[in-house]
Design a protein around this ligand. Structure first.
Ligand code: TYM
Length: 354
């Protein structure tokens, strides 16, 4: 048993439109967790300059992600909602973690390889160090649980590696300063400053795929808008995109096993299940044997029913930037107070003079 107080942290980048994958894989889980946990949700603007430095509308993107958080039901009074660049501890701790993490660890990151593409030498140093900033986001608040989609799993493993190495390398100093907490690592119990964070990746939509290609992840950066359902799409756009979604000619199977080798069918059934809060098996027991021409309109109605209230509220909030900015300022102040304490401890552990 770990003695760390449970705390949830997660982040979303303010780049491009939020889509159904972000909603089902992450934001909807943020909302559910706030009922039982102490939560911090962050718009990670420092991350957004790693792949592209100059953004025309970064401020409105930050507000739009915040609006999505609030519209989905996150309560910024009971929990903390803020944008990362307000709290300088993220960048400070990331620097220390850059000295903890090894270049080999960073080079192995799938997301770095994908984003850097063939011209790795020309990628920003920030893109390579991205996971170290992500570890800093989480560990600055000594968060114990991180809800994310499946694509972030490797980054969370690296966060655990950074925490383990920091705890080991500084174990004596941590103990001397009386800053250690009991942590269970497998069978063993160690004394460390940072928790070994647990990823929360679960449910039927941990990896929502493109509507145009069942082998590709639904993504903000896909050039085809038909590949994704944006949280800002209206009912007509949602219905049109589902109607045009790629499928195969067969009817739906009556059990999940029948979805093997049918990535597009699997994806649509997964989306249905996640939206309806059911399992794929439940959905197939209802729709097995039916054609996509029958299934798609029911899926479109369900998606509209679940997404239009969020869409409407997002639009209302985006028209009130003063309110959004006040939420972020208040959240930033509360996050900053927690971060300050961590940075004081970390500076003492590393041995800086304060
Ligand atoms: P980002 O902004 O790309 O995505 C935000 C969240 O949405 C999830 N997600 C998906 N889930 C299911 N299916 C998909 N197609 C899909 N696409 C995206 C992501 O897994 C994520 O949970 N590195 C992170 C941001 C970050 C962060 C953090 C997250 C920075 N610091 C600390 C957690 C904790 C990212 O780029 O997410």
């Amino acid at each position: 048993m770990s003695d760390f107080a449970p705390r949830v942290f997660s982040g979303v980048q303010p780049t491009g439109n939020l889509h159904l994958g972000n909603y089902l894989g992450a934001i909807r889980k943020f909302v559910a967790l706030q009922e039982s946990q102490d939560c911090i949700y962050c718009v990670v603007d420092l991350h957004s300059i790693t792949a592209q430095l100059v953004h025309e509308d970064l401020k409105s993107q930050i507000r739009s992600i915040t609006a999505a958080f609030l519209a989905a039901g996150i309560d910024p009074k009971r929990h903390i909602v803020f944008n990362q660049s307000r709290v300088s501890g993220h960048a400070e701790l990331a620097w220390i973690f850059n000295c903890v993490a090894r270049i080999g660890w960073m080079n192995r990151m799938t997301q770095f390889k994908e984003k850097a593409g063939k011209d790795r030498e020309n990628a920003s140093l920030g893109l390579l160090a991205y996971p170290s900033l992500m570890a800093a986001d989480i560990l600055l608040y000594r968060a114990t649980h991180v809800p994310v989609g499946d694509d972030q799993k490797q980054h969370l493993e690296l966060t655990r590696d950074i925490a383990i190495k920091f705890n080991n390398d500084f174990s004596e100093r941590i103990a001397e300063a009386g800053l250690g907490t009991e942590i269970a690592v497998g069978e063993e119990t160690v004394n460390g400053y940072f928790p070994i964070t647990e990823p929360l990746i679960g449910g039927e939509a941990t990896r929502v795929m493109s509507l145009k290609d069942g082998a590709k992840k639904m993504s903000k950066s896909d050039p085809s808008d038909l590949s994704r359902i944006n949280l800002t799409d209206d009912a007509e756009q949602i219905a049109r995109k589902i109607k045009k979604a790629k499928t195969d000619p067969d009817a739906l199977p009556s059990e999940p096993k029948g979805l093997e080798g049918r990535p597009e069918a699997d994806n649509l059934v997964g989306i249905f299940a996640a939206l309806a809060e059911k399992t794929k098996a439940d959905v197939l027991s209802e729709f097995g044997g039916r054609q996509f021409s029958e299934f798609k309109p029911v899926l479109a109605d369900l998606a509209v029913e679940k997404l239009s209230p969020i869409n409407g509220e997002m639009r209302r909030l985006i028209d009130d930037p003063g309110h959004i900015d006040a939420v972020l300022k208040d959240g930033g102040e509360r996050a900053g107070a927690i971060a300050e304490k961590t940075m004081r401890d970390v500076k003492d552990i590393v041995g800086f003079l304060r």
